[in-house]
Design a protein around this ligand. Sequence first.
Ligand code: ADP
Ligand code: SF4
Ligand code: MG
Length: 421
Amino acid sequence: MLVDVRDLVKHYAGERSWFGLGRAQAPVRAVDGVSFTIASGRTLGLVGESGSGKTTVGRTMLRLQEPTSGQVLFQDNDVFALDRARLRALRRRMQIVFQDPYSSLNPRMTVEETLREPLEIHGLNGAVSALLDEVGLDAAFAKRYPHELSGGQRQRVGIARALSVEPQFVVCDEPVSALDVSVQAQVLNLLADLQAKRRLTYLFIAHDLAVVRHIADDVAVMYLGKIVERAPAAAIYAHPRHPYTRALLSAVPEPNPHATKRRIVLAGDIPSPAHPPSGCPFHPRCPHPKKSERCRTEPPPLRPVTPGHLAACHYAEERCDRGRGGAARAGANAHEPRDPAGRGWAAICVEAESDAGRRSTHVRSHALAYAARHRAGPGRHGDLPAAQSHSCSAIAAARDVDVALARRHAAPRRGPQAAGR
Ligand SMILES: Nc1ncnc2c1ncn2[C@@H]1O[C@H](COP(=O)(O)OP(=O)(O)O)[C@@H](O)[C@H]1O
Ligand code: SF4
Ligand SMILES: [Mg+2]
């Protein structure tokens, strides 16, 4: 294993009330006993709602912040036991791409300076133009400042910066979440291509299962600081075992606009990790029909349900197709022209190619909402026309989808407010 995370815990000290003079509040249990491994060249998708602890896992693993307890082994090096010099040497091997390309670049540094900095820190002699070329940017971008770049271009620079020191392992912390939906597919494709080319290992963090679907080999689902389900990606999508995973999955749009599925809408927000519920932390929101007193009192361990498929639910073996209790179900069809983030109906197609025996997944994530957004008028979404035609032809080729019908579903009922976005 390249990366081995063992019982990782990160608690943030509770804040003090009364301008820092009062009693300290309960600690925030951001990460509460997380374990997983990632083999070399593979991708683990780490998924969960905002606030579930994903970023804290990624940052603590790289020791960008100190852990409360637990162990992270990178090529058998105990990351938390390293002294400064050895940690710095290891940092070269472990990099991060941040969620927000707007705040992660220094506005006063040109692209070239941004890319030179890590090279100088690590005493390397890489060529900036080659890096730019690798992430699909023209050499002329070297002289530009971040404010002169689009969101997608900035994220490409962020990726180039991470790659400049030739890492083996990259934490991709929601690298496409802040991007316009029309650019997300391009950046996902780039990350997939770079992984195949450079044999990278990824921890790929996302808040929805649609994004990691075609890039992850394995998926871990987090809820309130804990992993509640972990399995090979195919198993998670085909046979989710935890009610929380099922709810997340129900929000993933189907590539086939003819298909219908019901969306499970969870009641309420994720509770505070400073005061996690007793027993199963998911119990206040769980729609499982078998939910019982046991759920309120006894924490379910993360245990194998089938070989290699772990779930933390007392009733993981039982179907839970019918909601009850606090959860409401919306009769939404998958081809409803909206996803839960309100970004529009997105369809995802895949072209899988075999690359020297290793699976190289070419992600073709296409938003049919491009079509809808395109109607917002030229100029609003600069990348749109090319992406749109590409997406439509690729959808037709890859998934035999009736593009005309798909467009019709993507476009209607969005109304004038949507057009104004
Ligand atoms: N520096 C911090 N101090 C206190 N609490 C924090 C800090 N960073 C994150 N948290 C809290 O830890 C929890 C997990 O946060 P985070 O790891 O950012 O989740 P995610 O990436 O899944 O959205 C959240 O409740 C968040 O408010
Ligand atoms: S243990 Fe109970 S509350 Fe928790 S996920 Fe399973 S059924 Fe729901
Ligand atoms: Mg985060």
